[in-house]
Design a protein. Structure first.
Length: 593
């Protein structure tokens, strides 16, 4: 351990915040702290509670620490489930209660919507699910959670919530959010339960503290509020889960909540080159709300960051694949490379370029573009238009849509074979209200809508070649013979990449409207989260970092010092380029406006 890591690991007691920059060895430090508590301070294993955000992180910590069975290392939800097994009767359940998953809760919410005659178009299961989740994770009243939701007035919102809670109780079940919210309820309503659990643990350790939501924050304060022996580790610069309710201000306000807190900064990075870290520091330095850190390393200087300007997303994908092949021929394993992007919809041109080049790849934590439900629905419609005898596609439409809508599609699409692919998609989407269907039935509706828009953009390129050519490309990309598998170049979103590292990283789509995302352009707080996403993307790279864009370059590229960057294949004329080769920033904004 270095001096700062040792300072954190050997902290004897009281509140401790470990602000651990990317690649600074936070897991090692937390594991060493466990060793210290067990072996030096002789704290009984059963009196230590260590909470992580994922089962994978929990297993890694158990393995590294050689933790005895009595020591609980697990996720917030697994801890909550264990507590509820012991206290279920206080909440009207038996010890054999069921934990309902998303499909189970969806069935309950459909029943509630039907019983209350709620309009499916604006108050579908996904809308109600978001309402329930917000109430439980943010500790707000249903009528407050429903603000801005069309056709869901305060009284109806409260009634739906009460219906939902009653149905869960009738089914002897809890939902996933209950595993955090209900223990807090117990602590608030039953002082003897709070004292029991405060008395069970002498030390509480929390990993990834920047990602906790309001319910998790309350749970931690309840558990550690007596003895104050709370050790948390995290990095506010990597807080990228606001859409899940994470509030990094809990991390920033640690000293306010725990006035006696000791703060230890881990700033030495063991992963990346100095050039990559300088770029990361340059970008995150523009955020106003943060705990300032300055990552540094003893690693070799490394090569400059490559930035490529492409005419379009296809050229960008081709450059990424060609560069990956060049690196592979130089002896770098494909598995050591990763292509990461802001939204999953961006994977389509990259997947197609990899398939065309015969380069193996794997989707990390995601589904290949043409295997996504919304894409398969629309492609079924396109196939029926091209081939009226395609009964498989007709069956899919019949199964996934109401009788009225499926009959309309099955009757109309076979007559549209001469239309362009984009015209058929427009017809499909508008006549089924497909985007509204996604909004009302899926929590990740925005991601699914972007996938649909990505397919439509691709389809427009086939206005001349026609429907058959488009479907041929889609089928080749879907084929089980394509080189997607367990090994090869890694493809993933930035959110999925957090916690991982690769020798070579390609960050695709570093352009205005994509990274930062267009939804964040008018919000200072959301823009800062986008910048944290950029920071996470940069710090995944150990030795080689490549970034690319088409159309308008991201403002984040201009925040990186020019002497760190090598600009490739500049698509703007030389009289519009600055000394680093990037387009002139002022003219770039004029063009964009």
């Amino acid at each position: 351990m270095n001096d700062r890591q040792a300072e954190a690991a050997y902290h004897k007691g009281g509140p401790l915040l470990i602000a651990a920059g990317a690649g600074s060895g936070k897991t090692h430090t937390l594991t060493q702290r466990l060793h210290y508590l067990l072996n030096e301070l002789k704290v009984p294993p059963a009196r230590i509670l260590a909470i992580t955000f994922t089962n994978k992180a929990a297993e890694e910590m158990k393995k590294r620490a050689g933790a005895p069975k009595e020591l609980f290392i697990g996720t917030f939800h697994s801890f909550g489930a264990r507590l509820l097994r012991a206290e279920a009767r206080r909440l009207g359940r038996s010890v054999g209660f069921t934990i309902f998953d998303e499909d189970d809760t969806g069935s309950l919410l459909k029943k509630i919507g039907k019983n209350r005659n709620l309009p499916k178009e604006t108050c579908g299961p996904a809308v109600l699910s978001r309402l329930m989740g917000k109430v439980k994770s943010e500790f707000i009243a249903p009528e407050m959670a429903a603000k801005g939701t069309r056709d869901l007035d305060p009284d109806t919102a409260r009634a739906c919530y009460e219906d939902y809670e009653n149905l869960l109780k009738e089914n002897n079940a809890f939902d996933f959010d209950d595993l955090i919210e209900k223990p807090v309820q117990l602590f608030r309503n039953y002082p003897e339960v709070l004292e029991l659990y405060r008395g069970k643990y002498d030390h509480v350790l929390i990993d990834e503290y920047q990602d906790i939501n309001a319910a998790q924050y309350e749970l931690v304060r309840c558990l550690a509020g007596g003895h104050g022996n709370l050790s948390v580790v995290g990095d506010d610069a990597q807080s990228i889960y606001a859409f899940r309710g994470a509030d990094f201000r809990n991390f920033l306000n640690f000293e306010r909540d725990w006035p006696a807190a000791k703060i230890v900064m881990l700033e030495e990075n063991y992963r990346s080159t100095p050039l990559i870290l300088e770029a990361a520091n340059d970008v995150i330095g523009h955020n106003k709300t943060q705990r300032k850190k300055n990552l540094w390393t003893k690693n070799e200087q490394g090569e400059k960051i490559k930035v490529f300007a492409a005419e379009n997303e296809y050229m960008e994908a081709e450059w990424i694949v060609k560069t990956a092949i060049t690196n592979w021929r130089k002896g770098k394993p494909l598995e050591s490379m990763a292509v990461i992007y802001r939204t999953n919809a961006q994977s389509r041109p990259i997947e197609q370029a990899l398939i065309s080049a015969g380069v193996p790849y794997r989707m990390f934590g995601g589904i290949r573009f043409y295997e996504r439900k919304e894409i398969k629905d629309i492609v079924a419609g396109l196939r029926l238009a091209a081939n009226p005898l395609d009964s498989v596609s007709a069956d899919r439409l019949d199964k996934n849509f109401s009788k009225g809508k499926s009959r309309l599609l099955i009757d109309a699409l076979p007559k549209m074979g001469s239309a362009s692919p984009s015209e058929i998609i427009d017809y499909f989407v508008s006549n089924t209200n497909y985007l509204d269907y996604l909004k009302n039935n899926y929590k990740n509706s925005q991601e699914r809508i972007e996938n649909v828009r990505g397919l439509l953009t691709f389809a427009r390129d086939f206005a001349k070649d026609g429907l058959a050519a488009f479907l041929e490309q889609a089928t080749l990309a879907q084929s089980h013979d394509n080189p997607s598998g367990k090994t090869g170049v890694n493809l993933m979103s930035i959110h999925m990449s957090k916690g991982l590292e690769f020798e070579s990283v390609f960050v695709a789509g570093v352009g205005e409207g994509t990274l930062p995302h267009h939804r964040a352009l008018s919000s200072g707080g959301e823009m800062e989260e986008e910048r944290r996403l950029m920071y996470v993307a940069i710090t995944r790279a150990a030795k080689h970092l490549h970034m690319s864009f088409s159309n308008v370059p991201s403002r984040f590229l201009y925040e990186i010092s020019g002497d760190l960057v090598e600009f490739i294949n500049n698509k703007v004329s030389s009289n519009r380029a600055n000394r680093q080769g990037m387009p002139d920033e002022e003219e770039m904004w004029l063009d964009y406006d």
